[in-house]
Design a protein around this ligand. Structure first.
Ligand code: BTN
Length: 272
């Protein structure tokens, strides 16, 4: 399929124009042309004591990073690269569902803007048409008083050319392809910020449970034969996520919960 390439630049005025009152209060918006990683910029703000509520976006990342030490391909003008600084109240253990919850928030926002049906692949990949369209990378910075400082990094493929995506070694797509529409990245950025302002405030008050429930409705792996890498790897049928965000797997020896790792879908019949 022909991929669409976006032309509109990220524009702080256009992004701010669509922010809700809650969002305008929550975020200090920073838009940069090129950065190493938007997560790095949030760290710099945090070191100056200005981390909470900073929302950094960039047209391009030269050292974009993904989970498990992977590179996040971040060509100029094609996608959304966004990092949020947030100080979460409550103990670290209560935050284990945070990355899944953020994935659910981003999926809600993206679906509202582009109309495509998105799924969530444990732990925090966004999927469309069986291919990865986005991901979340959370880096914890440590305690700040009673709160935990986090950098929440979000990458969404919006309209990436086949050439720009050629070095990505796993099946990928972008929101324009998945929805068949041109996507305005400024509109998408506002929707993500609005949803995060609302959702993170909710998590501060009620914890992650409501968002984990939303995540469960979009669970890409549920019912599929999977294997999660690790030593030893765990294979079985994916059976949802626990209240702490762990992946539940029905194995030959019973139910197991896995808190980290990479889940791969197995070919039909591979478990037999
Ligand atoms: C993953 O699926 O591996 C997580 C990808 C997260 C990518 C985003 S893009 C904005 C922020 N800056 C980074 O360097 N990474 C995150």
């Amino acid at each position: 399929m022909m991929r669409r390439v976006s032309t509109l630049s990220l524009n702080p005025t256009a992004i701010s124009a669509r922010l809700t009152a809650q969002s305008l209060t929550a975020w200090q918006l920073v838009v940069k042309p090129v950065v190493t990683s938007t997560n790095d910029i949030v760290r710099e703000y945090d070191e100056r004591g200005e981390g909470h509520g900073v929302a950094v976006m960039a047209e391009e990342q030269t050292q974009g990073r993904g989970r498990r030490g992977r590179t996040w391909h971040s060509p100029a003008g094609a996608n959304l690269y966004c990092s949020i600084g947030w100080h979460l109240s409550g103990p670290l253990e209560a935050l284990s569902g945070l990355s899944l919850s953020v994935g659910a928030m981003v999926a809600e926002a993206a679906m509202r803007v582009c109309g495509a049906d998105l799924q969530l692949k444990w732990p925090n990949d966004l999927y469309a048409d069986d291919q990865k369209v986005g991901g979340v990378l959370i880096e914890m910075l440590g305690a700040r008083g009673n709160a935990q400082a986090a950098v929440i990094g979000i990458g969404l493929n919006v309209s990436m050319s086949a050439d720009d995506g050629a070095s990505i070694d796993r099946p990928w797509t972008d929101l324009s392809t998945a929805s068949g529409r041109d996507i305005d990245r400024n509109e998408l950025a506002s929707a993500v910020l609005n949803q995060l302002a609302e959702g993170l405030a909710q998590i501060d008050q009620q914890g992650c449970a409501p968002w984990l429930n939303l995540w469960r409705r979009r669970d890409y792996l549920r019912g599929r034969a999977i294997v999660v890498d690790g030593s030893p790897p765990v294979a079985g049928i994916a059976a949802g996520v626990s209240d702490t965000g762990a992946l539940v797997i029905e194995t030959e020896s019973g139910r197991q919960e896995v808190s980290g790792g990479e889940a791969s879908v197995l070919e039909m019949g591979a478990l037999r």
